[in-house]
Design a protein around this ligand. Structure first.
Ligand code: G
Ligand code: G
Ligand code: MN
Ligand code: NA
Length: 254
């Protein structure tokens, strides 16, 4: 409860930050986008992981506020990149299931894109498979509206949910983010290579873009390139970084 009280305060107290982790196109070797990841610097407790406070925010309903804050920050930042650095780097924002069907979330995104003069296709929203278990009309409608605005939809942690694959054929989705659990062991596991290979084949044949996350070494990156994954993300390339580090890293990397 104390943590809840603190989290409620954290936004106003400016204790939350977005870190950015590069997503790299394997063909060109260029950074094409960045995933925005929330961080909380608690004044007494120090750094608190999103793995801890996001579930709390979801249980208590605070997640709506946090998501709106993250969307605004990320869109504003991404627009700044386009203008200041004339770059074409997009941004991905994680959205918990319930946020997506909040009545005015889509409106908010639309307003933010026009306020910051950012084309919708620079934004990706990351959702998890559990979103599709209910297959509600509301979810489908929300995703359709986003995609009409040019916003891309990615399925995060793909391959770990309970879902059957049947939803893939009907749902408005652009990208599959293959879960880290398949990527970590890849360099030493033929089995995991086969699984990733199959996901890539399936995904591609259905027209999705494929991203592998959790790439921690060079060998895994090379295998993924061979398998035909489009994009990669992971500690081998860069860790999530505060905005000034990210900009400096981009300056050095490009
Ligand atoms: O960055 P890290 O690996 O510590 O993130 C842990 C978890 O928190 C991941 O599942 C990630 O998706 C989630 N997460 C990080 N930032 C956000 C956010 O802004 N919104 C939501 N809903 N989840 C986030
Ligand atoms: O659930 P989601 O995919 O949004 O969470 C991404 C999380 O994975 C972030 O917390 C990020 O810090 C973490 N992450 C990103 N790349 C790597 C990696 O190469 N190795 C490990 N162990 N974690 C990673
Ligand atoms: Mn994610
Ligand atoms: Na993930």
């Amino acid at each position: 409860l104390e943590l809840y009280r603190d989290l409620k305060r954290a936004l106003a107290a400016d204790e939350l930050q977005l870190y950015y982790q590069p997503q790299i196109d394997l063909k060109s070797g260029k950074v094409v986008s960045a995933e925005a990841l929330m961080r909380w610097m608690h004044p007494d407790e120090g750094f608190i992981s999103p793995g801890e406070f996001i579930p709390l925010a979801e249980q208590t309903g605070l997640i709506t506020k946090l998501s709106r804050w993250a969307l605004k920050r990320a869109i504003k930042q991404c627009a700044k990149w386009q203008v200041m650095q004339n770059s074409r780097v997009g941004v991905s924002v994680n959205l918990s299931c319930r946020c997506l069907v909040e009545p005015d979330l889509i409106d908010l995104i639309s307003r933010l894109l026009s306020r910051y003069n950012l084309s919708g296709d620079y934004l990706t929203v990351e959702v998890t498979e559990s979103l599709f278990m209910e297959k509600s009309e509301q979810v489908v409608e929300a995703l359709n509206t986003l995609r009409k605005m040019g916003v891309k939809v990615a399925i995060d942690d793909f391959g770990t949910g309970y879902s059957s694959l049947s939803y893939l054929k009907t749902l408005p989705v652009d990208e599959l983010k293959i879960d880290q659990a398949f990527i970590f062991p890849m360099a030493n596991s033929k089995q995991d290579q086969m699984i990733v290979h199959s996901i890539v084949e399936l995904g591609k044949s259905l027209g999705f873009s494929l991203l592998a996350e959790g790439v921690e070494d060079r060998v895994t990156g090379e295998i993924l390139k061979e398998i035909g994954v489009h994009r990669v993300q992971g500690f081998h390339y860069a860790r999530p970084m505060p905005i000034d580090h990210f900009c400096a890293w981009m300056g050095a990397a490009q």
